[in-house]
Design a protein around this ligand. Structure first.
Ligand code: ZN
Length: 244
């Protein structure tokens, strides 16, 4: 089976549609790693589109929980908090009930999903090699997917117990070797933070044991215009073309 792996769409419908158009026909199922809403101007459109896709596994992220009123907004920086309040205000009841019905972690066949990290599915940003060991100890499967940082990453635990962390480039294919375990972050769809403004996504082929890191451009000025029109903080528009 080939899976389309999506994370951190953040209410950016233009980025999501660009990903779905680019990946069209290449996958049989969708895995959604959470943060469908927050920061961006189209929370209900994104939740509706994801519901229509019917992901095999879907997670709720910290921004989704904030919009539902289930997280303390004191944990957010001021512009994230302002966006969370705006999102909570405009979130439709169908969007609310969809997000309320999913968890920040989920398990499938030979794969586990966590919005942030295996040991802390809501908050930990997995960026550095030292975070690998305690997180590999926190799940069982050979492969886990995480999001939350909006930056593509690969953590590898090899058979001798060594952990390495890699920064995959756009278009790169990762071969998943038997005996190794992996924690993979596909990067963010709606607000990339690795200096590349293109929407990031991944294709996991469970039979070929490969993971492809993909990027696709989308119409950033359209999204920026909507952010400004909604009265969301200017930084949320300004950061998109910079990819951070
Ligand atoms: Zn996020």
């Amino acid at each position: 089976m080939r899976y389309l792996v999506l994370s951190d769409i953040h209410a950016n419908i233009e980025a999501l549609e660009a990903v779905l158009a680019a990946a069209g026909g290449q996958y049989g199922a969708v895995l959604s790693l959470g943060d469908l809403v927050g920061y961006g101007p189209n929370p209900n459109e994104v939740v509706t589109r994801i519901r229509e896709l019917g992901p095999q596994l879907a997670l709720v992220g910290n921004h989704d929980l904030a919009a539902l009123g289930q997280l303390d907004l004191e944990m957010f920086n001021p512009y994230a908090r302002e966006a969370a309040e705006w999102t909570a205000w405009c979130l439709a009841s169908e969007s609310r009930s969809y997000l309320s019905g999913i968890e920040p972690s989920a398990a499938g066949e030979n794969v586990e999903l966590f919005h942030a990290s295996p040991r802390d599915p809501v908050w930990e940003y997995m960026e550095e090699g030292w975070q690998g060991r305690p997180n590999f100890a926190a799940f069982q499967a050979p492969l886990a997917f995480v999001g939350h940082t909006h930056v593509p990453r690969v953590f590898v635990l090899d058979e001798s117990g060594g952990v390495t962390v890699g920064v995959p480039g756009a278009g790169e294919t990762l071969q998943l070797e038997p005996g190794n375990r992996y924690i993979v972050n596909p990067g963010g769809v709606g607000q990339p933070r690795d200096g590349d403004p293109r929407a990031a996504y991944g294709i996991w082929d469970s039979e070929a044991a490969t993971f492809n890191f993909e990027r696709v451009p989308y119409d950033v000025p359209v999204t920026q215009g909507k952010i400004r029109e909604a009265g969301l903080p200017e930084i949320l528009a300004a950061r998109l073309p910079l990819g951070h």
